[in-house]
Design a protein around this ligand. Structure first.
Ligand code: NAD
Length: 160
């Protein structure tokens, strides 16, 4: 059974791949930007495909490996960089997420989108209703937040 992890060479993605690879076949799809490091995946069993989440090539990779689940962690995450190169943020965080959604409609895999509390709100443990808008903070990520506009209201995260 294959899991495709987009952005799997990043900080969180690589830890996720390390754990998943103990039980699943993992294909990592990553553009290997300044944030993606192959060293993060040293000694971890996986197949690496270099590619852009916003590219149509993603669909070819899904077709080739037929993952049952696609987990998307590909993102431009550094707020300061959004000031100097906003195009990369819109391409990766918005058009990339849309591209995965389109692929999920076409191929029917389970799509898990990893993002930030700016998008999902805080966890149920805080007792704050999910419908309450998250506070505007200096670290707000407008490009990523717009991902939630592409989808219906996400289910609040509940720890097991
Ligand atoms: N790091 C944190 O503390 C933290 C906390 C909460 C939420 N998150 C969220 O988790 C997700 C991953 O965060 P992270 O810290 O691992 O990020 P990161 O910046 O370390 O990694 C991002 C990965 O995405 C890849 N990538 C970037 N653009 C791409 C593109 N166009 N196509 C394919 N791959 C691309 C990079 O090469 C890198 O491997 C993000 O959505 C982030 O907002 C992170």
């Amino acid at each position: 059974m294959v899991v495709l992890v987009i952005g799997g060479a990043g900080f969180i993605g690589s830890s996720l791949v390390r754990e998943l690879s103990k039980e699943e076949e993992v294909v990592v799809y990553d553009l290997l930007t300044y944030a993606g490091r192959m060293e993060n995946l040293q000694g971890v069993k996986h197949v690496l495909v270099k590619g852009d989440v916003a590219s149509r090539e993603l669909h070819d990779v899904v077709e080739k490996y037929s993952p049952h689940t696609v987990i998307n962690l590909a993102a431009e995450t550094h707020v300061d960089r959004s000031i100097y190169s906003p195009e990369n943020f819109v391409r990766t965080n918005v058009l990339g997420a849309l591209n995965v959604l389109e692929a999920s409609r076409r191929f029917g895999f389970r799509y898990v989108h990893v993002s930030t509390d700016e998008v999902y709100g805080e966890s149920a443990q805080t007792n704050r209703p999910h419908s309450t808008p998250p506070p505007r903070t200096r670290r707000a990520r407008p490009a990523q937040t717009s991902w939630s506009r592409l989808t219906s209201e996400p289910t609040p995260w509940t720890p097991s």
